[in-house]
Design a protein around this ligand. Structure first.
Ligand code: FE
Length: 194
């Protein structure tokens, strides 16, 4: 495999142009951004090895690009065998592109107060597939690795997602906890600094 970092640079250039042009119009951003992400994740030859490293315990989220004006961010999600997220939301739009392996996304809606959350369906993403979430389209899901080996997806979010205060949910009763995800590269540099 020949490393091709220019593919990602080209993606960022074009995605930034979409954001410049759309001026906060979410449907326009998603419509124009989706084929760009689809083209990016249809090629598995550009992701730096450092941002493709699994952890034995936790799924990893590596920041690949942060827009200087915090209008969007791009993250690689690296899933080890059996790893999954809690039920969570985003509060901003997101495009989820599958690059290596496969992941399962289970969508949820809040039920009546104190009642179990309501399953809205399951999607399995294969390499080249792109899914979307947002407060407008449905923002709550739980994501897991389908395989007993590493899977990798590339996510684009409508903000600096690692810095945004959002929620995890208890699916049995809809109660929430606030969290800020951060980035796995933060933790790596924190370790080096310590
Ligand atoms: Fe998510």
């Amino acid at each position: 495999m020949t490393p091709n970092p220019s593919r990602f640079a080209h993606f960022i250039e074009r995605f930034t142009a979409v954001i410049d042009e759309a001026g906060g119009d979410e449907p326009a951003i998603l419509a124009a951004g989706r084929p760009l992400l689809q083209a990016l994740v249809s090629h598995d030859d550009w992701l730096p090895e450092a941002c493709a490293q699994p952890d034995t315990q936790y799924y990893q989220q590596y920041l690949l690009h942060a827009d200087p004006q915090d209008r969007f961010s791009v993250v690689s999600f690296v899933w080890g065998p059996g790893q999954k997220t809690p039920v969570h939301n985003h509060t901003v739009w997101a495009l989820i592109g599958m690059m290596r392996g496969a992941e399962r996304g289970e969508r949820f809606a809040l039920g009546a107060p104190g009642q179990p959350m309501v399953a809205q369906g399951v999607d399995v993403l294969q390499p080249g597939d792109v899914d979307m979430v947002s407060p407008r389209l449905g923002d709550i899901h739980r994501v897991s690795n389908v395989h007993d080996r590493v899977s990798i997806s590339v996510h684009v979010y409508g903000g600096n997602i690692g810095r945004i205060s959002r929620h995890v949910f208890d699916a049995s009763n809809g109660t929430t906890k606030t969290f800020v995800s951060g980035y796995s590269n933060d933790r790596a540099s924190a370790h080096r600094a310590a």
